[in-house]
Structure formats: structure tokens, C-alpha cells
Design a protein. Structure first.
Ligand code: GLA
Length: 414
């Protein structure tokens, strides 16, 4: 994964914005990537997930454009794309602009019309490692544009907009987890989401003795390549055969009763989803009790189920998870599992903080030895969800100017 270590804030993006567009941004928002602790491939089955927001985020700065068109710049160093306001409501080039186009179109459908806007995006969410850099992009763009338009959008709605952008503009049939945690995450907390009702619970995860290690297999995955959609379809078929609206309503008894009708593959797919929902509950309890052994054991079972029943892991990711049990500091790892859609990407491990650097170094070395792959990792704590970082407030202009010598107010949610 492309690991950007730079810190990105309203203060760091503003001078770039001025350099690119020749004027100051009026609104700046941020939204994080995520790592899923447990509850994989359950979101589109109306089940439970338990992700946390990363500290890494995407920052979007906007201002009215004097050109009459939109001007988008997707990352520092990229060129500026000028796009007529009407054209930006449909799919187009460059590819990444579809995340922005999608948000503009979804807002437009809700009656929120955005006039010509200059937009600069900067991010330190690793790309291509399964840490939801695309959700961070959709949610940060939506949060910035809502602030720009002067409207409040419920974070649940922001998440749904992000998901629709994936479905309609990027052709990725994802569930709601990634966008939901990016919009609703809270510093120091994991979030347990009921994907049927979208009710959620924030569970403190602030024990300084335990760290979250996210380790990249450096194997690329693509959710658009069909395997994800195929899993979704197999789950829908399994719930139809069992006569339930979704696998959320299925039980292990029902599964055994329908075993012959389901056939081996659908049986195993459904067994994963039913078991994973139970594991989320057990993990959530373990977290609340700070019972890290129990949390780690739920993670190990989750990985085995994803590998054997759901078949979304891959050799390199399995190697990483097994190395967590074989490196010299293995006793400092409570548990690990693949995280995200699968077929590559990252593993997530809960590790004793005092040994986390040692564990990461041993993993780097052992992984290189067994696979020949050099890779990267992140040590992180749960970060905040989407937030407006900066809002130009003309009415406070004179007051603020005399205090700080500028016409801006820095906002923070805390
Ligand atoms: C991807 C999707 C999510 C979810 C996970 C698997 O990250 O975007 O909606 O389905 O895969 O848990």
C-alpha cells in the first residue's frame, strides 16, 4: 500500500489550494479510512460489523470557482481538471473524478445544487490496501460540499450517499460498512453497526496497553472483479433457499435442515455469515470487558471461516496470519485476521503495545523470507469520523480578523 506519512490538516492544505487556484478555500472537511476489526462480508447480509476509523484521513478543500466551471485537483502534484457544472453530474474522466461526480449527482438529486466549485483533495489513507480510501474520498467530498452549501446532512445519510456513489458511479456493489464508519467513527472507539437498522453502538477501545497493527500483504485486490458480487449472489440464493429475507434471520439449525438443498458452496457461505454475526457479538463483549484473549480468539475464528468457508483470503494473507503465531514475539499478539473485502489487502492484529514495534519488525522480516515481498504497516488507534475542519464565516470576519489576522474560523468537533 502506498503509505503517506505526512500529516494533513486544514493548515497544510490551504497554501496548496492557494497555489493551485489563486484564492483561499472557504470550506475544508476530512474523513478517515477504516480497518474492520471483525464482521466481514456480513454488511450486505443485513448483519453486524465492527470497524474503527483510522487516524489517516482524506482532506478536501473547496471554494466557489471564479471560472463558471468546476475545477478538481485529485492529489498534490496532479493536474487540474476543469469540468462544466452540468457534465459533472454524470460518469466521466478521469476515473477518480467519478467519486466527486457521484457525490455531486446524489446531492443534486436531493435538491442540493452545487455551483461552480474549486476543489483540492489530499490524503494519507493508504491506497489499494483495503483500508477504504474510496469511502474516505466520498465521505470527505460529501462533508465538504454539504458545508459549502450550508446544509446539515445526517452522517447516516452521508454514508448512504457514499454507498450509492460506489454502486452507480464506480460499479462496486459494496455494503454500507466502509462509508458508515468513515462518516460516524469516533476517536478512541470501535463502532458496532447493525447493518439492517443502521443503529450503532460506540465501544471504547482506548486501552493504552493494546495496539492495532494493520499489516499489508502487498497483494492488490479489486472488488469490481466479480468475486465479491458472486459472494453476494450466493448469500442471496442461500437465504432464498432457507426461506428467510436475509442471512441475518438464518440460524445454524435452519442451515443444517437445508444442507442438502443448499449444496456445499452455499452451505459454507451461509455458515460463515451466521457464525460471523455471533463472533461480532462475542468480540464486542470482549472489548467492553477488555478481555483481549477472547477478542483475539474471535479474530482467529473469523479468519479461519473467511479462508475456508467464504474463500476470500489468499496465500499471502494466510501466511501473514499464520506468522503472527510463529514469530518469536507471537505471545504478544492476541489475534489477527484478514480485514476488508479480501483477495489480498491487509491483516489486522491486536498486539501488546509494549511489543508492537518488535512484532511489526519480525513480521516484515519473516514475510520477506517466506514470500520475497517487502511491505509496509500501520500502527493506529481509533480515529474520528468525518468532520468539517474549517468554515469561512463572513459574519465573524471583523472579530476574527482582529484576533488572528485572518477571516477564518477553525472548527473542531471535540
Ligand atoms: C468491502 C466492502 C464492504 C464489506 C467488506 C467485507 O470493504 O466495501 O461493504 O462488504 O468488503 O466485509
Amino acid at each position: 500500500m502506498d503509505l503517506v506519512k505526512r500529516e494533513i490538516t486544514a493548515e497544510t492544505i490551504t497554501p496548496y489550494f492557494e497555489e493551485y487556484f489563486g484564492h483561499k478555500p472557504t470550506h475544508i472537511a476530512a474523513a478517515p479510512g477504516r480497518v474492520n476489526l471483525i464482521g466481514e462480508h456480513t454488511d450486505y447480509n443485513n448483519g453486524f460489523v465492527m470497524p474503527m476509523a483510522l487516524e489517516n484521513h482524506t482532506v478536501v478543500a473547496v471554494a466557489p470557482s471564479p471560472t463558471g466551471n468546476h475545477r478538481f485537483c485529485g492529489s498534490l502534484g496532479d493536474q487540474i481538471y476543469e469540468i462544466p457544472v452540468q457534465d459533472a453530474l454524470s460518469i466521466g474522466e478521469p476515473f477518480w473524478s467519478n467519486y466527486v461526480r457521484g457525490v455531486l449527482a446524489l446531492l443534486d438529486r436531493r435538491g442540493i445544487k452545487i455551483g461552480p466549485v474549486d476543489m483540492l483533495i489530499d490524503s494519507n489513507v493508504p491506497r489499494g490496501g483495503g483500508l477504504s480510501s474510496s469511502a474516505a474520498l466520498e465521505v470527505s467530498v460529501c462533508t465538504a460540499l454539504a458545508a459549502f452549501a450550508g446544509v446539515e446532512i445526517d452522517p447516516k445519510e452521508v454514508a448512504l450517499i457514499g454507498q450509492s456513489v460506489e454502486h452507480e458511479f464506480v460499479n462496486v456493489p459494496c455494503g454500507i460498512m466502509d462509508q458508515f464508519i468513515s462518516a460516524n467513527g469516533r476517536k478512541g472507539h470501535a463502532l458496532k453497526l447493525d447493518c439492517a437498522s443502521l443503529n450503532y453502538e460506540l465501544i471504547p477501545m482506548d486501552d493504552p496497553a493494546v495496539s492495532v497493527l494493520v499489516f499489508d500483504s502487498a497483494v492488490k485486490h479489486s472488488l469490481a472483479d466479480g468475486a465479491y458480487g458472486q459472494r453476494r449472489k450466493q448469500c442471496e440464493e442461500a437465504s432464498a433457499i432457507m426461506g428467510v429475507p436475509s442471512l441475518r434471520e438464518a440460524t445454524l439449525d435452519m442451515l443444517e435442515e437445508s444442507k442438502d438443498k443448499l449444496g456445499d458452496v452455499r452451505y459454507r457461505r451461509a455458515r460463515h455469515v451466521i457464525g460471523e454475526n455471533v463472533r461480532v457479538a462475542s468480540f464486542a463483549q470482549a472489548l467492553a470487558d477488555k478481555n483481549w484473549e477472547k477478542a483475539g480468539s474471535a479474530m482467529r475464528s473469523s479468519h479461519a471461516s473467511l479462508r475456508d468457508d467464504y474463500e476470500v483470503s489468499c496465500a499471502e494473507v494466510d501466511t501473514l496470519v499464520s506468522l503472527c503465531d510463529r514469530i518469536p514475539s507471537a505471545s504478544s499478539v492476541y489475534g489477527s485476521r484478514m480485514t476488508g473485502g479480501g483477495f489480498g489487502g491487509c491483516i489486522v492484529a491486536l498486539v501488546k503495545t509494549e511489543d508492537v514495534d518488535k512484532v511489526a519488525q519480525e513480521l516484515l522480516q519473516a514475510y520477506r523470507q517466506e514470500t520475497g515481498i517487502d511491505t509496509t504497516y500501520l500502527i493506529t488507534r481509533p480515529g474520528d469520523g468525518a468532520r468539517v475542519l474549517f468554515k469561512h464565516t463572513p459574519e465573524k470576519h471583523s472579530l476574527r480578523q482582529s484576533e488572528h489576522g485572518n477571516n477564518a474560523q477553525i472548527l473542531s468537533r471535540d
